[in-house]
Design a protein around this ligand. Structure first.
Ligand code: RFL
Ligand code: PHB
Length: 391
């Protein structure tokens, strides 16, 4: 088997890359360890930047996001028991879309399957070989147990934070920047009507809470917890009490309902540099992870592959590696901006276990500055809705 671009991972990065390449007539094969059903069921991101939605629409995979997703023109920052709106549309003329990641993946898999794309779900024992030569390959066992070797011109490592691509780069050839936060997010899905028209990011004495949504009948909420919190040790009543206590004030209260999904998510910041090793190119969570407070992870994965697809198009058309050489540095500029934004939102809104009264008052001063100044609010609005896509 041979293909020009061997792609590891059918997440947002891998699927969007194969979509963009196909439009330029560049063939690819996606090798994925999970089944299609697992991918389409996993609950993750909710917020798409305007640029991500525009890209999906332009390439024929965004119609349902436009139809069934919800445009949000702002968010609420809640602190001191009061709401403060950040008006994205008024400040920067842009918006975000609430449309769940697994729905994006359903649309992408449907679009790629309709175009007869070669996606191998349910593979195991995936190995990368010959990355430093001009004929790298992906060895894998397919879902029927047969072993294959796929030779490629280049390999795109889109296999997420726990994949094998990054680890296939010799340790001496990569630098990893890592920060773990001393808290996690307790996430729930509940059958309930929405409590707010826009997302609520709440700072409180008990810690952070985020009120998000999935549909008119299903709500997504998170609250800061210990990194090793046992999600199953909490009764529904205790979860609701904790969430209510973190948003209380001004008469605001959450609409409660049965909780049907729960889990604890770690919070970390991570960047691997460089994003290229020989003929291997890392994209998305394989190269970088952000804490979810800035809603940037999926959007960064899409931004990476927009740059990579353009570089690969140039490479296959002209043989020039200039675009491929520039891929990592170009992508990393946006990655570090997003790292800063995600870290900043996290540190402004969460209460670390050792926070002193000074730390809490400083956060409130910062929140007052962001919501009370047009320049402060515009910075948040610009970063949250996303910088223009390169590529
Ligand atoms: P993914 O989605 O992890 O996909 C990687 C795929 O690779 C497969 N794989 C392998 N395939 C082949 N060989 C191997 N050896 C393999 N090992 C793994 C995996 O099965 C998987 O299918 O990475 P990708 O494509 O880079 O996409 C990244 C995003 O998924 C991630 O950044 C976001 O989910 C982050 N995120 C958010 N991002 C946003 O932009 N907006 C949000 O609102 C947002 N909210 C969130 C989030 C992530 C969260 N969690 C659970 C971490 C909220 C949460 C709670
Ligand atoms: C979500 O709806 O899952 C969500 C929204 C905003 C975030 C993170 C996650 O910052």
């Amino acid at each position: 088997m041979h293909t020009r671009v061997g792609i590891l991972g059918a997440g947002p990065a891998g699927l969007v890359l194969s979509l963009l390449l196909a439009e330029k007539g560049i063939d690819s094969v996606i090798v994925e360890t999970r089944t299609r059903e697992e991918i389409e069921r996993t609950i993750r991101a909710g917020v798409l930047e305007q640029g991500t939605v525009d890209l999906l629409v332009r390439h024929g995979a965004g119609d349902r996001a436009l139809r069934e997703g919800a445009r949000h023109d702002g968010i609420e920052l809640r602190f001191g028991g009061r709401p403060h709106r950040i008006d994205f549309a008024g400040l920067v003329g842009r918006s975000v879309w609430l449309y769940p990641q697994h729905e994006v993946l359903k649309d992408l898999v449907a679009a790629r399957t309709a175009a007869s794309a070669d996606i191998r779900f349910g593979c195991s024992q995936v190995e990368l070989r010959g990355l430093e030569g001009d004929r790298p390959s992906v060895a894998f066992t397919d879902d029927g147990g047969a072993r294959h070797e796929l030779t490629c011109t280049v390999v795109a490592g889109c296999d997420g934070s726990n994949g094998i691509s990054r680890r296939s780069i010799p340790q001496g050839a990569r630098t990893e920047h890592f920060r773990a936060y001393p808290f996690g997010w307790f996430g729930i899905l509940a059958e309930a009507p929405p409590s707010s028209a826009e997302l609520v990011y709440a700072h409180s004495e008990r810690g952070f809470a985020l009120i998000s949504t999935r549909s008119p009948g299903v709500q997504r909420m998170y609250f800061q917890c210990a990194p090793d919190e046992e999600a199953d040790a909490w009764s529904d009543a205790r979860i609701w009490d904790e969430l209510q206590a973190r948003v209380v004030g001004d008469g605001f209260a959450l609409q409660e309902g049965p909780i049907f999904q729960r889990g604890v998510i770690p919070m970390r910041s991570f960047v691997c540099e460089p994003m290229r090793h020989g003929r291997l190119f890392l994209a998305g969570d394989a190269a970088h992870v952000v804490p979810p407070t800035g809603a940037k992870g999926l959007n960064l994965a899409v931004a990476d592959v927009a740059v990579l697809a353009r570089a690969l198009t140039e490479f296959f058309a002209t043989g020039s590696e200039a675009g491929l050489d520039a891929y990592g540095p170009t992508a990393l500029r946006r990655v570090w901006r997003a790292q800063h934004f995600s870290w900043w939102m996290t540190s402004m809104l969460h209460t670390p276990p050792d926070a002193s009264p000074f730390d809490v008052q400083r956060q409130l001063g910062e929140l007052d500055m962001v919501t009370g100044s047009t320049a402060g609010a515009a910075y948040l609005a610009e970063a949250y809705t996303g910088w223009p896509l390169d590529g």
